[in-house]
Ligand binder design. Sequence first.
Ligand code: NAP
Length: 302
Amino acid sequence: MDVCIIGAGIAGLTAAIYVQRAGLQSVIFERSIYGGQIIVSPTVDNYPGMPGIDGATLANAVYEQATAQGAELRFEDVLSIERQEDGFAVTTTEGSTTFPAVIFAGGAARRSLGCEGEERFNGRGVSYCATCDGAMYRGKTAAVIGGGNTALEDALYLANLCEKVYIIHRRNEFRGDRVLAEAVLNNPRIEAVLDAQLSAITGDRHVEGLDVVFRDGSTRHLDVSGVFIAIGLSPDTALLKGIVPLDEGGYALAGEDCSAGIPGLFVAGDCRSKPLRQLVTAASDGAVAAFGAANYINAGKH
Ligand code: NAP
């Protein structure tokens, strides 16, 4: 094996396609399911050439493309990456192997809010995935927390199922794309609760309500059956700590060439510090990292 790819999201799978096409052999380690965050996206409208494709179909197509090229996907959890003289020892739940080059594409996961009741009601009305759990709130009232693209998309998705949806955002302007923000504001089933933060999620055995505090100090209680938290991502870079410098948000400081500053180690996708995290930039990172890894191996630098 020439290149170890950690993470089978779009960055990792694209890296595998490019490694294989460079005549090298890759193995991808993935702890859960391939495809990454996109698999729960009902529609992807900003991937060039495929308007309206659903995330799972797109992820499957990329997976098929990578494995058809000969990439090997192993469902193993990576426990550590250790730099050695002749490469990197990658230890998984199944054992340890040394690879000349590693592409880390660990991605990012949704952040938690940390408010009262969030942990207690997790899975009992608190969710981090509208497309996974939204159907449970058909005909009911739900809320989405956040003002980015994920929150806006979640609110629109839920508005097709729920009787009413609140979108609660800490500022009076959404961070997400204007086209989505306008769709949210024009949707009669969605009420925007702005300049507002959650102080508590309340209920008995299941979520029953939300306590909201506004910027001016006033408060409001909302009766809801479910709350979807969409306040951004947290990079999955724990394995890189002490090996690769991380920024204040925990994202890996690798440059546009995806090089992590250590010969043979590359970082691709959402876990890399960069201005735009999209499918298209994840795929781009995968290609760039694979190009760097192939050049590194072909130059016999390991
Ligand atoms: P995001 O863009 O980072 O937005 C996070 C939102 O949560 C922001 O509105 C932020 O408020 C709010 N927030 C953060 N911490 C909070 C806290 N402690 N309490 C209350 N609110 C808090 O995250 P995202 O929406 O998950 O998107 C992540 C990335 O994926 C982005 O680059 C996004 O563009 C991309 N994405 C793209 C699409 C698409 O293009 N279709 C879909 C989904 C995601 P402030 O605005 O005040 O900071």
